[in-house]
Design a protein. Structure first.
Ligand SMILES: [Zn+2]
Length: 249
């Protein structure tokens, strides 16, 4: 039985981009889902047109966007107050500054407080290589192994069929992939809340509309406890299978 799910992500919008369909599936089953955002994404784009006139106002604006997106997904949200560094002119993303052990302990304490028995987070490759995503991944896995070894931990990603290679995190092949079109209207409603990032979503995939840029195949890999190449057989994997998930390998 899935009692409660906690999701750990680096920035507002990661939850919707990577896992909006799966979160909607869970919340519509009556399963509580809590999203933890390490930063407010204050280093991201201001939007086209800008949602705020000055960069120092972006974090507050993205917090509102994130709260609206969480409501659309049927989830709750909290922020950890780390600061997302501004993307440089070279377009290179950076991780946020954090003490690794403190971060890992914070993640584990939140999961414990929420009585989570499933955790969702970024992949080891940071999906497309984002260092803040990789940092969150490492800290979540370390915190779980040290403090909550009985809690199942999955990494999540999403891809746009026929546009991106199936499934990011190339060094960890997904255990299960799910066509999330049945929850697509919820995912698009949540995406619409992240207005400051719409231009980025479309540019990243060279697509014209937000709807086209929606990752309609979401994928998961069980990171802890490790499965040693076996397809996972647990309550989360079973739920995904009952709604049509397949093994992509
Ligand atoms: Zn991110």
């Amino acid at each position: 039985m899935i009692r409660s799910v906690v999701c750990f992500f680096a920035h507002p919008d990661d939850e919707t981009v990577m896992a909006g369909g799966i979160i909607a599936l869970l919340t519509r089953q009556g399963i509580p889902v809590h999203i933890v955002c390490a930063t407010r994404g204050e280093g991201g784009e201001l939007g086209e047109p800008p949602v705020v006139p000055r960069r120092d106002m972006l974090g507050a604006a993205r917090e509102v966007e994130m709260r609206n997106a969480a409501r659309a997904l049927g989830a709750t949200v909290e922020f950890l107050n780390y600061v997302d560094p501004t993307i440089g002119l070279d377009d290179v993303p950076y991780p946020f500054q954090a003490d690794f052990n403190t971060l890992a302990r914070q993640f584990a304490q939140i999961a414990r407080r929420r009585q989570a028995n499933i955790i969702l987070t970024h992949g080891a490759d940071g999906e497309y290589g984002h260092p803040a995503h990789k940092l969150v991944h490492r800290a979540v896995v370390y915190g779980v192994q040290q403090m909550l070894p009985h809690v199942l931990t999955y990494t999540v990603a999403a891809s746009v069929p026929h546009v991106e290679d199936l499934l990011w995190n190339q060094s960890e092949i997904a255990d299960l992939a799910l066509d999330v079109r049945p929850w697509g209207s919820v995912k698009i409603a949540a995406m619409e809340c992240h207005a400051s990032q719409h231009a980025l979503f479309k540019r990243r995939q060279r697509l014209k509309t937000l709807r086209e840029a929606l990752g309609l195949v979401e994928s998961v890999r069980r990171r802890w406890p490790q499965t040693h190449g076996e397809a996972p057989r647990d309550d989360f994997a079973a739920l995904l299978r009952t709604v049509g998930a397949w093994e992509p390998r």
